[in-house]
Design a protein around this ligand. Structure first.
Ligand SMILES: O=C(CO)[C@H](O)[C@H](O)COP(=O)(O)O
Length: 476
């Protein structure tokens, strides 16, 4: 509003109306750019026509005004020549419209466009009425556009060039024409004319797109064939090999399936055996998840260890581990079924552990990972305090979301995730920690599966390690 008021106070009425209408129409036109294509096209056409007519009027009015101003000026000059003493007054009392006949070089009238007398040279959407003594152009202010499109406009440079930077990846190839070969010995194909070669702001020569592409393709062709496999693949290969190597031959047989993420692959492989090979096998699970997997493959699991007679031994137990050290001692039970896993392991003739190479460590706790310690809910405050007292960084495992409270296992117990500094290589170190944990009231079980002087405590008999190249290493 203040702009229109300013125009009113400083321009002749004809120009005031025209310029005000022009501004309103232009604002309307900009508003129209937010409308649908069809509406915009239709409305814009009408507006443009009106603008053309109005601008013609502006130009005519401006011309008339200027001419009358010039006439008045000349008559004043004549008058001043005849009466030099009045010349100062003549300048100060000049009619106000004379000032506005000369439009300001660039007068901003809104945030989005300006009215300018400068030639509309560079912006594609400039509306101009180029004929006449004064060039009046309504120029949209330059909008931020994609770098490539702004570069394609004649006379414009990408802004980064202003600080001396040229990105070879973004420059169009034609910006850097191939050098004309000089007479004489043929130049090396990698060299280009130094005057045409793009350079960075420090003057270092930048490679052309062609050379970058050729470098990439040649380095690809020289690259050795990729041999590493994904972790999922190598784990699956290890699981399949573990099953085929350890499928029991005696009948009746008992096979336990653990709670690790590879149990799907183990069950998948087992299901490939014939009906007669599977007929006399009883399957034992260490958790609800593996029970469901077995049931979906029609492997008929038993749901409780107590259904096995006291003298029954499980022929083979397949499961995973979190970490396995050089002596095959391991940390297990991240899934929270560690006590049942221990009981199954202790009743098994052969515990076959399946891992990928990422889980192999020289000594336990090397990687600073935590181990699950299963506790009774009642012992929580006491047990966590005691665990911290024996050097653990210990936290209660929460459910999801955290506000739902502690993570509660199938047996109604809690899990504390605890870590210690890396243990030494000797079996005794693992055994010492295990004995401390076993001696804490409230601790139901812990994740150390080991063999020490005191006896065998669930250390795997065999470990199948899926290696990065797809091979499977069998340990034990
Ligand atoms: O006790 C375990 C599975 O019964 C493992 O220690 C463990 O949780 C490994 O899980 P994943 O195979 O998913 O890495």
């Amino acid at each position: 509003m203040s702009l229109i008021t300013a125009i009113k106070t400083t321009r002749p009425p004809a120009i005031q109306n025209v310029v005000s209408s022009l501004i309103i129409l232009y604002i309307l036109r900009n508003f129209c750019t937010h409308m649908s294509e069809t509406h915009r096209a239709r409305i814009s056409e009408g507006i443009l026509e009106r603008m053309e007519r109005l601008l013609t009027k502006v130009r005519t009015a401006s011309l008339k005004s200027k001419n009358s101003g010039l006439r008045r000026k000349k008559s004043k000059e004549k008058q001043a020549a005849s009466d030099p003493g009045d010349s100062k007054d003549a300048i100060t009392t000049q009619p106000i419209e004379n000032e506005h006949d000369e439009l300001q070089p660039t007068k901003r009238v809104s945030r989005d466009f300006s009215i300018s007398t400068t030639p509309p040279a560079i912006y594609g959407s400039t509306f101009s009425l180029a004929e006449g003594p004064e060039l009046i152009a309504v120029e949209p202010l330059p909008k931020v556009s994609s770098r490539r499109s702004s570069m394609s406009k004649p006379g414009r440079k990408p802004s980064l060039q202003h600080v001396g930077f040229q990105s070879p990846e973004l420059e169009p190839e034609e910006d850097y024409p191939a050098p004309v070969p000089a007479p004489g010995p043929a130049p090396s194909p990698a060299r280009t004319d130094s005057t045409k070669t793009p350079k960075d702001h420090k003057g270092h020569r930048l490679p052309s797109i062609a050379s970058l592409i050729s470098n990439i393709t040649s380095s690809r062709s020289n690259r050795p064939a990729r041999v590493s496999r994904s972790t999922t693949t190598v784990r699956k290969l290890a699981a399949y090999k573990a099953v085929s190597d350890n499928f029991p031959t005696n009948r009746p047989a008992y096979i336990a399936i653990g709670s690790g993420s590879l149990m799907l692959q183990v069950v998948e492989k087992l299901s490939q055996y014939s009906y007669s090979q599977l007929a006399d096998i009883t399957f034992v699970s260490t958790g609800v998840a593996s029970e469901h997997i077995m049931a979906s493959y029609k492997l008929r699991p038993i749901t409780s260890l107590s259904l096995l007679s006291p003298e029954t031994k499980i022929d083979v137990y397949f499961d995973t581990a979190d970490k396995v050290d050089d002596n095959l001692n391991c940390i297990r039970g991240r899934t929270g079924n560690l006590h049942l896993e221990r009981m199954v392991a202790l009743r098994s003739e052969c515990f076959v552990c399946i891992i990928d190479y990422n889980k192999r460590v020289p000594t336990l706790f090397t990687m600073g990972k935590s181990m699950a310690v299963e506790i009774t809910p009642e012992s929580y405050f006491y047990a966590i305090k005691k665990l911290r007292a024996v050097g653990a960084i210990a936290t209660l495992r929460h459910g999801e979301p955290v506000i739902s409270g502690p993570c509660i296992t199938q047996r109604g117990t809690y899990i504390i995730d605890a870590s210690w500094p890396a243990l030494g290589n000797a079996d005794s170190e693992v055994e010492v920690l295990a004995e401390i944990l076993k001696g804490l009231y409230g601790v139901v079980d812990h994740g150390l599966f080991y063999a020490g002087k005191g006896g065998w405590n669930g250390r795997p008999h065999k470990v199948y390690v899926g290696l990065s190249d797809g091979a499977v290493n069998s340990l034990g």
